[in-house]
Design a protein around this ligand. Structure first.
Ligand SMILES: NC(=O)c1ccc[n+]([C@@H]2O[C@H](COP(=O)([O-])OP(=O)(O)OC[C@H]3O[C@@H](n4cnc5c(N)ncnc54)[C@H](O)[C@@H]3O)[C@@H](O)[C@H]2O)c1
Length: 348
């Protein structure tokens, strides 16, 4: 293709609006040609602000013949329908994580992309974070040696309102820890089994909704290494995404949570500013994942983050939920058909 791919974007909420702004101002390799949200007022306002054509009709956006690809940033429960429609229309697809809330829908979306012969990239933005990329390169070069122990800490500053969250975006293992499962597979290798614990200590409504606000997972990798993941929906001090890998030749650490170089020093103390959320923590990654999508379309190249990787991480989210609910270790890959909920004692 000897021009920049023309993209459409569906879903202009918290993340979609950020993607839209990035596409217009920072992603040089793509052109944002149209945006869409069922909330027409929201679409109209952002369209005017960014000077991009807008609509509240998904049919209109998907039927727009001038588009090469579509970015989907709607709630997770709506992804599979939109992926199928985009694939049928022959559009390449960037779909936010997770692809869907159930295994069946995840498989349906992946098959639709295959059938439509279109590229499907999933929004595991951390793979495009310069520090995580550097870690990946050193591990791949053998510089860490044999991996012994991975730690990933992934914590939000404050919890979202419980309520519709679970139906729309999935439980903590599916909505948040899926990023960490992807990181674990990408950096260390396949996970053989997972053991998890979850709790709702911030708001008991999470437990009543079949969800949790804190969780930990212990991973056993096929190569013998161990992993520990901790998730918090309400860490209070800021947003943290940090990782560490101890290996036979070196240990690597990722994640200075300081935003910028400002430091406040008083007698015997130093205070740093922390990132408040994921977009502040990984600004470059969110731009580069869309650059990679545009580049893959331009060069007819394979997806930088294919559906198979999203499926593998999702299966770990399902196993994690099962481990917690059944109080034992779980292996990924076993069938799980319904929407996974976390059963907490306080909700029983
Ligand atoms: N990769 C990441 O770091 C990351 C971070 C946050 C969210 N996400 C994912 O992004 C997706 C969106 O999350 P969010 O927090 O931005 O959601 P949100 O609720 O803030 O926004 C969703 C938007 O989609 C619109 N919408 C809903 N159904 C629609 C439909 N069928 N067609 C068109 N528009 C529709 C809504 O009106 C709303 O404006 C979720 O899948 C979530 O898991 C990923």
């Amino acid at each position: 293709m000897n021009r920049r791919p023309r993209l459409g974007l569906i879903g202009l909420g918290r993340l979609g609006a950020f993607h839209a702004e990035n596409l217009v101002t920072r992603v040089a390799r793509a052109e944002l040609a149209a945006i869409c949200d069922v909330d027409g007022a929201r679409a109209g306002m952002l369209g005017a602000q960014l000077d991009v054509a807008w609509t509240d009709s998904v049919d209109e956006l998907v039927g727009n013949r001038s588009l090469d690809g579509i970015v989907i940033a709607t709630p997770t429960s709506t992804h599979v329908d939109l992926v199928e429609r985009a694939a049928r229309a022959g559009k390449h697809i960037f779909c936010e994580k997770p692809i869907a809330l159930t295994l069946d829908d995840t498989l349906r979306a992946i098959s639709a992309a295959h059938a439509g012969d279109v590229l499907l990239q999933v929004g595991f933005h951390r793979r495009f974070d310069p520090d995580f990329e550097r870690a990946k390169a050193r591990i791949a070069a053998g510089d860490v040696g044999r991996p012994y122990l991975l730690r990933v800490s992934h914590r939000d500053m404050s919890a979202p309102e419980p309520g519709t969250y679970l139906q729309n975006d999935g439980n903590l293992f599916i909505d948040a820890m899926i990023h960490d499962f992807d990181t674990a597979r990408w950096l260390v290798g396949e996970v053989e089994e997972v053991t998890t614990h979850a709790t709702a200590v911030v708001d008991p409504q999470f437990a009543r909704d079949g969800d949790a606000d804190h969780a930990v997972a212990v991973l056993r990798f096929e190569n013998g290494a161990l992993g520990v993941i901790d998730n918090s929906r309400s860490a209070g001090y800021g947003y943290e995404c940090s990782a560490e890998l101890i290996g036979s030749m070196a240990t690597l650490r990722i994640g200075t949570e300081r935003s910028g170089g400002f430091r406040w020093l008083t007698a015997g103390k130093a205070a740093d500013d922390y990132s408040g959320n994921h977009t502040e923590r990984h600004p470059v990654a969110y731009v580069r994942e869309l650059e990679a999508f545009a580049e893959a379309i331009s060069h007819n190249a394979p997806s930088p983050v294919p559906g198979g990787d999203a499926l593998a991480a999702f299966q770990l989210s399902l196993a994690a939920t099962r481990s917690h609910n059944e109080g034992r270790r779980a292996k990924p890959g076993r069938e799980n058909r319904g929407v996974a909920t976390t059963v907490l004692p306080s909700a029983r």
